[in-house]
Design a protein around this ligand. Structure first.
Ligand SMILES: [Fe+2]
Ligand SMILES: [Fe+2]
Length: 470
């Protein structure tokens, strides 16, 4: 098992010291990263002591060490999961052959694009969440936000390492560009639309970590299958960090539901106006936020029919999440039925992999909904939270711009436009949610719209001072 060397300028478990050229190149990039963090990372809290976890090894048991850290001092580094002995390509036309430690020339530009696209989302999310600290609902939540932020910064390191180590000068240029594009920037935006959406309130943050970080999980899972072994190993370790981000989303939304149910009980009503007047989020409003972030995140899987993803699969670059759970790993003569605007179509499965990924993602999304709905049911209410149909509000693929309602029915365009404000947050809804966002920094105290968590971090009490503000 490879332990992490913290004695070096860049903590790593890849024996960086043995490759002086690479080490120098990354040490040259490091101050640019820190400057980016300073300018685009969490605004203000640089002097605060944050109770953060840091990776100390890459094995499943006890990889993390906890302690008070000032964020600019976080030890961002390069951590790859241990190699699997004699690992073989698990899918595609070269299935069964040994995996690659170096990139075959013909796949260079495609792999570079995949790595850059993944890498671009990591700093983007930090930029999107930059101002949230100022309206934190508790110190516990503030700490979780910062934990997510530093780890997204580390995910950027993970991708930049691959670019530097395997793509020469092109890779170094891409690494610089990853710091030059910015979320929402008019001239140099981030690559994917969802990562240019502002995340300016905590309800959006919880939805983002639930839906968009979960897209990240699915992308990482499919890249973890890659025949390019360093990419696979990098993604496998990133997945262990990603799990915490989705925990923040799932428990965050769960705590919102819990608080709303308490207020409904206290007031003896489900009248949204009364619940809002009491400083809580009514369930129909939460549903609108779920609709917005779920539909936005669904676009990240790409078009229903894609020759690019077919080629990526056939070449062994990107598999399906949990590839081993499937029986057929080549998919050369399989078809599947796909719902398209013109009706159901029979398409080669190889070309429908984006849709297969989207479906398994949606199944994963259902897990939290079941839990939240159980709480609503137990409280004696008929309301149920749902996921929007995958055809709703799409801006990529066959359903782009079509008037589909959240249950998946193609409807009249006028009716769609008139009803949209009932399905996703209206300006008035957003203004209300913004009005709830007030900073609560007394240890153990929570904002009016969210229940306390069941337990604290790393067995500490909820009342622990997770962030010491200076
Ligand atoms: Fe990430
Ligand atoms: Fe994440």
């Amino acid at each position: 098992m490879s332990s992490i060397n913290y004695a070096e300028k860049i903590p790593n478990n890849v024996n960086l010291v043995s490759d002086r050229t690479l080490q120098r190149a990354l040490e040259h990039w490091q101050p640019h990263f820190l400057q980016w963090w300073h300018e685009m990372g969490p605004s203000d809290f640089e002097a605060s002591d944050v109770y953060l976890r840091t990776a100390v090894s890459v094995d499943a048991q006890g990889w993390a060490q906890y302690g008070a850290v000032k964020m600019p001092d976080y030890r961002w580094g390069i951590f790859l999961a241990d190699p699997v002995q004699d690992r073989k390509i698990g899918f595609g036309d070269q299935m069964g052959q040994p995996v690659w430690q170096q990139i075959p020339g013909e796949y260079r530009s495609t792999l570079r694009r995949l790595i850059v696209t993944q890498g671009d989302t990591e700093p983007a999310s930090v930029e999107q969440q930059r101002l949230l600290g100022h309206t934190c609902p508790s110190l516990y939540d503030l700490r979780n936000l910062f934990q997510v932020n530093v780890e997204e910064g580390r995910h950027l390191w993970a991708m930049v390492y691959l670019l530097h180590a395997h793509f020469g000068r092109d890779g170094r240029e891409e690494a610089e560009e990853l710091l030059a594009r910015h979320s929402g920037d008019a001239d140099k935006p981030r690559i994917l639309t969802t990562f240019n959406e502002p995340v300016t309130d905590w309800l959006s943050f919880f939805c983002f970590t639930y839906f968009t970080d979960r897209d990240g999980k699915y992308q990482l899972k499919s890249l973890a299958e890659s025949a390019f072994d360093p990419l696979s190993r990098t993604c496998r370790f990133m997945l262990t960090e990603e799990a915490h981000h989705m925990f923040v989303g799932e428990t965050g939304i769960g705590r919102v539901v819990k608080r709303t149910l308490e207020v409904m009980k206290e007031l003896g009503t489900d009248d949204p106006a009364k619940i809002r007047a009491h400083g809580a989020v009514d369930l129909p409003l939460l549903q609108k936020y779920l609709n917005f972030w779920c539909s936005s995140s669904l676009d990240l899987f790409g078009s229903e029919i894609s020759s690019n993803s077919a080629a990526n699969f056939a070449h062994g670059l990107k598999g399906r999440p949990d590839e081993s759970q499937y029986e057929d790993h080549v998919l050369r003569d399989k078809n599947m039925k796909l719902r398209m605007p013109e009706g159901v179509q029979d398409v080669p499965m190889l070309n429908a992999l984006n849709e297969i990924m989207r479906e398994s993602y949606l199944k994963d999304c259902e897990i939290g909904l079941k839990r939240w709905n159980r709480a609503i049911e137990r409280a004696g209410h008929a309301f149920r939270l749902t996921l929007p149909a995958p055809q709703f509000r799409r801006s990529i693929g066959a359903w782009t711009g079509l008037p589909v309602d959240p249950t998946g029915n193609l409807i009249d365009k006028k009716i769609f436009e008139n009803q949209l404000a009932d399905w996703i947050p209206s300006e008035a809804d957003k203004a209300f949610v913004r009005s709830l966002m007030r900073k609560v920094i007394e240890p153990g105290k929570m904002a009016s719209w969210v229940a306390p968590p069941e337990r604290g971090i790393n067995n500490l009490p909820v009342e622990y001072e997770y962030v010491k503000l200076h």
